[in-house]
Design a protein around this ligand. Structure first.
Ligand SMILES: NC(=O)c1ccc[n+]([C@@H]2O[C@H](COP(=O)([O-])OP(=O)(O)OC[C@H]3O[C@@H](n4cnc5c(N)ncnc54)[C@H](O)[C@@H]3O)[C@@H](O)[C@H]2O)c1
Length: 393
């Protein structure tokens, strides 16, 4: 093994309901390329258990180590993870980390989160900002956010029809034997197909759906789910910038579908796509909105008909529609961690997207994907007060 290959340690995620990780297939590629990879054993807590078994990582050639070994990893070991480190920790970080840290956009507490790296003399390579030569994100979870959001939307449509008087979809654990996630795509798609069939039995038709941002990662995932569970292509309306550029919302077309799924990336303020006044008008078909974008607290949220994020336990909330002239309720799904509902496929596709970059870790001082991430890190730490970015000895 070349001495330039850094050791890599895959940490067990600490956040509740996080079952995603890097796939054993990608760990095997790293091992085959000469990296020494250790993998923390999975938590046995059902709320945090990893979707991949420990044995899959040993078979890939990784060495299994106890949970939280990353905290005392040898100097120079790169720590691989997905979600944030535990919020109650504050010790300086001595190893470089690859992770989503959510501290580059003025998020609450960003200084404390980011300061741990310079205080320990280490580097944060933030997964959200790893970009290729064209400035496009190397890998993201969007596809499976759209896919699972669309699945929940269909379930909510069918549930309301089959359960008059109980308009809110029960928690994910209620239809997955207590798990708040699906074992794989097949399990999810099979179940949602049955929901479509149950709704069709009542209404005589399959639902219609409209996807806003249909050309993006989330949007494409949503369209694929709708097709896989049996919606006809003609019953899926796909809108993106071309359809909204010259015509301001709110859009009547939205309420003429059973399901509306928003998956735009909100960069500039846009007028609302839909509002409660439009929902109140007679003739609405719409009964479910899934807001995958979840710009819930953004003052320019283009779906200003709800104000809370929902969860896998309570996936939807009712929309308060004053003077509603329709005789059925409307609900919104606004879960901001949707890909965790399908941890296996979400992990596999995210890891695959990142593979080529991970294989370049031995050249991270020259490979653009890593040098650009390091440059951004340097710019961000320069914004910290001196006391929070001074290396502690
Ligand atoms: N809820 C979750 O769990 C979850 C997970 C991942 C991503 N997201 C969010 O989903 C959103 C979309 O992410 P993505 O990765 O798919 O982004 P993306 O950039 O791949 O796609 C966004 C799409 O929206 C389109 N768009 C932007 N403004 C529009 C407008 N005014 N009208 C019509 N179309 C418009 C773009 O052209 C693009 O095709 C982001 O806000 C992201 O943070 C949510």
């Amino acid at each position: 093994m070349s001495s330039t290959h850094p050791a890599i340690l895959l940490r067990q995620e600490q956040r509740l309901l996080e079952h995603r990780s890097y796939s054993p297939a990608v760990i095997k590629s790293l091992v085959d390329a000469g990296y020494a990879v250790s993998v923390e054993k999975s938590s046995q807590d059902p709320a945090r258990i990893r979707i991949f078994k420990d044995e899959e990582y040993s078979a890939a050639g990784a060495q299994l180590v106890p949970e939280q070994s990353w905290e005392t990893a040898a100097p120079g070991t790169i720590i691989l993870g997905l979600k944030e480190l535990p919020e109650d920790q504050d010790f300086p970080l001595r190893n470089d980390h690859i992770t989503f840290a959510h501290c580059y956009k003025n998020q609450g507490g960003w200084q404390r989160v980011l300061g741990r790296f310079p205080r320990g003399g280490s580097i944060l390579y933030d997964l959200e900002f790893l970009v290729d030569d064209h400035g496009r994100r190397v890998s993201a979870f969007g596809y499976h956010a759209g896919f699972t959001g669309a699945a929940l939307a269909v379930k909510a449509w069918a549930w309301r029809l089959a359960n008059p008087g109980q308009p809110l979809l029960p928690g994910v654990g209620e239809y997955t034997d207590g798990r708040e996630f699906y074992l794989d795509e097949r399990e999810l798609v099979e179940q949602v197909k049955q929901d479509v069939a149950a709704g069709e039995k009542i209404t005589g038709r399959t639902p219609t759906a409209m996807v806003m941002g249909a050309l993006g990662r989330c949007g494409r995932g949503a369209v694929d789910l709708f097709k896989k569970v049996g919606l006809a292509d003609g019953d899926i309306t796909k809108w993106d910038l071309d359809e909204t550029r010259d015509r301001h919302g709110p859009y009547e077309e939205i309420v003429q579908h059973d399901i509306f799924l928003n998956a735009i990336y909100l960069s500039d303020p846009v007028p609302p796509f839909v509002n409660v006044e439009m929902l109140a008008k007679p003739g609405r078909k719409l009964s479910v909105v899934c807001d995958v974008s979840c710009d819930t607290t953004n003052p320019h949220n283009p779906i200003p008909i709800y104000s809370v994020n929902t969860t896998f336990k309570k996936p939807s909330v009712l929309v308060d529609i004053p003077n509603d002239q329709n005789d059925f309720p409307m609900s919104v799904i606004s879960i901001d961690h949707l890909p965790s509902m399908l941890p296996r496929e979400a992990s596999e596709s995210f890891s695959e997207g990142l593979k080529e970059s991970l294989l370049l870790l031995k050249d991270r001082d020259s490979a653009p994907v890593w040098t650009k991430a390091k440059k951004l890190f340097d710019e961000k730490i320069a914004l910290l007060p001196v006391g929070l970015r001074t290396k502690e000895v």
